[in-house]
Write a protein that binds this ligand. Structure first.
Ligand code: MCN
Length: 787
């Protein structure tokens, strides 16, 4: 083994370590909100509207109030003292947005099924549910609008105070669109429907609120405890230092817990009013109804191409269904896709127009990928349509248009600077694993046997690592306007290390990957590094976990704190060994003088000295703890090439994914096993959307898919073993060179599956399909094609 190889082998970063956090989670020793109890806790249950749109005529709470086990029944009018309605914090830059008032309990009218009209609080967990049934609400039903295209016509207005169902219109473009289309030999136009999906986290939401000694503590199943603390403080008029928000173990979020929910506000309000802790655990049916949904866009997409396959113009005109109210980020979500609407291709002209409308459904907001899966699906499926029209191979049309590897940093047509990329590299590697000529021959042979097999490609790039403050600050993104992340690395006197991160992991394995980053820099093992998160009382500020930011922003701030520790340790060791700090190196777990490896100190030995000022260099502060607030210069732009191979049963319309291959690039791997795990989850999420999952409301606004019986989440049985590989192109944005991967699979995969199904069905005449590719939809398309 060479010296360089040995040095690498000794590093923790890059190792496929098993996740430190898993043993407790998989042996039932996790600590979820449900597991936390405080003596004297009351329980809450919500009375929710069965109507999608109605005036509240009366609410009779007397029967519930008469029960011995009920302490409080409150309606919208009873919730006093809130500084304002629920927050909508982010809007796209440079636009005014119509935002209806949204209160924790409805006032005067309900706008969607599940809209809460009252809360019942009492001593018994099941008693409050019975009592909620006894609250008699009289509704005067109003016309219901479920279809966003109908909402746009403003025939029935959902929020009278706004006078329109339109939230806002917003555009982002660059280049001369008209000239681009004029130059094209072919213009491909498709209506791309990206239907509504749910987060589907294993753990539904849960809240425990406790107010004592003028301090409010909330334990909540959230991705964003610091946001929760901020907004609770504002809404309830409590100074931030007196609010503590804790996200204990969180059983997944997938974006649906990046929110400030009314239930969280209401439980805190009630805990303060009643001077008793109050708890609520969401049921799965409630979760399907009122935990925010995602996607729900209809886009008219046009792509101009020349005969040689080069793209001349791309236009996406998106109608986004926001549901009944704006929640924390609702109006911003489709805009996130607009920033990468040219994907990994050269496009001389590109434009995204977005119209957001309200309907009588629950709100949409960020679900894994948030805007980028929708954009990628549009680009990648319509590009395949262009290839088919030109008689070109889908791989060749991609190669023809890729931004070349030597063009980075690359300023896109809309002015976004892609940090790094090698799109040819990931596609080439993918094709090493998938022998395309062999596949095509096999496909032909199978068709002879009546088996319809298809392959679909998707080559994506995305924008993540939210976010540079220079972008989020001035443009109106972000109430706090910053995009930084903070980290403290503290070495205790024994050499044990505690890391405080402002990110808030809920399944991403950050306790392990962050420990690997620190261990390498301070000369210890990840077992000795404890990563604390999710509690606003334990660290400095934080901006939490979403937008695949935790590693690229939070991990980088941890690396910087660890580097500061290393520098201080070197100075202490140099002082002790009477050497120059520049001559101290970290080698074999020891800080030693270069050339004298036997003469050195371990981290534990240095830590012992660091707390004894007498033993430190003149003027050095005692202690071994460093803080960093890191604000990146740019986003990061991971990318990859995916291929799905599917079999379609042309008699039943059933689709089976028989192989799935992906080559992704998120920069140097901190932990390859975690990267694979993130991709597995992300790809399944997108296969779920492509084939099975759909949040469906009927014409009356009733939620048809209110349980996991009707909402078909794929299980391991529905997906093949994934064949994954990586290339590693470091980003210049951070010193680790890393980019996000938490959403990558979700962003790339739905187009690959859809393109594969269309490829399989071309011989029977099916040339275009919108998701979900359920058996009935695919079967109907086959029948239509066969006439
Ligand atoms: N990683 C790595 N090396 C790299 C890049 C990433 O080892 N070069 C590792 C990171 O260290 C981290 C993991 O991959 O352990 C994901 O990191 P990152 O891409 O920074 O994403 P975040 O931690 O910010 O996670 C957010 C992302 C989002 S936005 C959603 S939604 C999502 C997701 O992650 N929801 C999840 N993954 C999820 N996984 C689970 N189990 N549950 C969810 O709810």
């Amino acid at each position: 083994m060479s010296v360089a190889d040995r040095a690498q082998a000794e590093k923790w970063v890059g190792r496929a370590m098993k996740r430190k956090e898993d043993p407790k989670l998989i042996t039932g020793r996790g600590n979820y909100v449900e597991d936390i109890s405080i003596a004297g806790t009351l329980w809450a249950s919500f009375v929710r509207s069965p109507e999608a749109h109605a005036r509240i005529v009366s609410i009779d709470t007397s029967a519930a109030e008469a029960r011995d086990d009920i302490v409080l029944v409150a309606t919208g009018e009873d919730v006093d003292g809130l500084a304002g309605p629920l927050p909508m914090a982010w809007i796209p830059p440079g636009v005014d947005v119509n935002t209806p008032e949204h209160w924790p309990l409805a006032k005067g009218s309900v706008k969607h099924v599940g809209d809460p009209v009252a809360v019942v609080i009492g001593t018994d967990r099941y008693g409050v549910v019975d009592a909620a049934d006894e609250v008699a609400v009289e509704y005067d039903p109003l016309p219901v609008v479920v279809d966003p295209e109908e909402a746009l016509r403003d025939e029935t207005i959902i929020h009278d105070a706004l006078g329109t169902n339109v939230s806002h219109r917003w555009s982002l473009g660059g280049g001369d669109l008209e000239a681009g289309f004029a130059e094209a030999d072919h213009i491909i136009e498709r209506r791309v429907v990206n239907h509504r999906t749910a987060g589907g986290a294993i753990e539904p939401r849960g809240v425990l609120a406790d107010y004592r000694g003028d301090e409010l503590t909330i334990w909540t199943s959230t991705q964003v405890p610091h946001f929760v603390r901020l907004f609770l403080g504002i809404l309830l008029g409590i100074s931030q230092d007196r609010v503590r928000a804790v996200a204990p173990d969180v059983g997944g979020g997938f974006g649906s817990k990046l929110q400030m929910y009314g239930e969280e506000v209401l439980l805190c309000w009630a805990a303060r009013k009643l001077e008793r802790p109050v708890k609520w655990i969401e049921t799965r049916s409630e979760n399907m109804q009122v935990c925010h949904h995602g996607r729900d866009q209809i886009a008219k997409v046009r792509m101009g191409v020349k005969n040689d396959g080069s793209i001349t113009a791309f236009h996406a005109d998106i109608l986004a269904d926001f549901g009944a109210y704006h929640m924390l980020l609702t109006p911003t979500i489709p805009s996130l896709g607009a920033f990468v609407m040219q994907g990994c291709y050269r496009m001389p002209a590109v434009q995204t127009d977005i119209t957001g409308v309200f309907t009588n459904k629950f709100s949409t907001d960020a679900i894994r990928g948030a805007g980028r899966p929708e954009a990628t699906h549009m680009i990648e499926t319509v590009l395949d349509q262009a290839a088919a029209e030109l008689g070109m191979d889908p791989v060749e049309i991609r190669r023809k248009n890729f931004i070349p590897a030597d063009a980075f940093p690359f300023e896109t047509t809309v002015g976004v600077v892609y940090d790094s990329g090698n799109y040819q590299g990931t596609l080439d590697r993918l094709l090493e694993h998938l022998d395309l000529p062999k596949f095509r021959a096999e496909q032909e042979r199978l068709r002879g046997e009546g088996i319809y097999r298809g392959v679909g490609f998707s080559t994506y790039t995305e924008i993540c690592g939210l976010a540079p403050s220079r972008v989020t600050g001035p443009t109106g993104f972000g109430l706090q306007a910053g995009g930084w992340e903070s980290a403290v690395v503290s070495v205790h006197t024994t050499g044990a290390v505690t890391v405080y991160t402002g990110t808030s992991p809920h399944g991403q394995g950050l306790e392990t990957s962050f420990a690997q980053i620190v261990a390498d820099r301070v000369g210890t093992s990840p077992d000795m590094v404890d990563v604390l998160h999710g509690d606003t009382a334990t660290g400095p500020e934080g901006l939490n976990t979403y937008g695949s930011r935790s590693l690229a922003v939070g991990g980088e701030s941890i690396a910087r704190s660890a580097e500061k520790i290393q520098a201080k340790v070197k100075r202490i060791v140099a002082h002790q060994l009477e050497a120059d700090p520049a001559d101290i190196e970290l080698r074999d777990g020891k800080f030693s003088v270069k050339g004298s490896p036997d003469k050195g100190m371990t981290l534990a030995e240095v830590a012992g000295q660091a707390y004894i000022p007498l033993n430190l260099p003149e003027g050095m502060e005692p202690g071994l703890s460093e803080t960093t607030f890191y604000d990146p210069d740019n986003f990061v732009f991971p990318f990859g090439a995916h291929a799905a191979i599917v079999d379609v049963d042309v008699e039943t319309g059933k689709v089976d994914v028989v192989r799935y291959l992906g080559v992704d690039d998120c920069g140097p791997a901190i932990n390859p096993k975690i990267i694979d795990g993130q991709l597995h989850g992300g790809i399944v999420h997108a296969i779920g959307q492509a084939l099975y999952e759909r949040v469906h409301y009927d014409a009356e606004g009733q939620l048809v898919t209110g349980t996991f019986v009707d909402y078909a989440l794929p299980s391991a049985a529905e997906v093949p073993s994934f064949e994954l590989d990586r290339t590693e192109t470091p980003t210049p944005t951070n010193t680790l060179g890393v980019k996000g991967v938490g959403e990558a699979g979700t962003i790339g995969a739905s187009a690959a599956v859809t393109n594969a199904v269309i490829d399989a069905l071309r011989p029977v005449g099916v040339t275009w399909l919108n998701m979900p590719l359920s058996p009935s939809r695919v079967w109907a398309a086959i029948q239509e094609a066969r006439g």
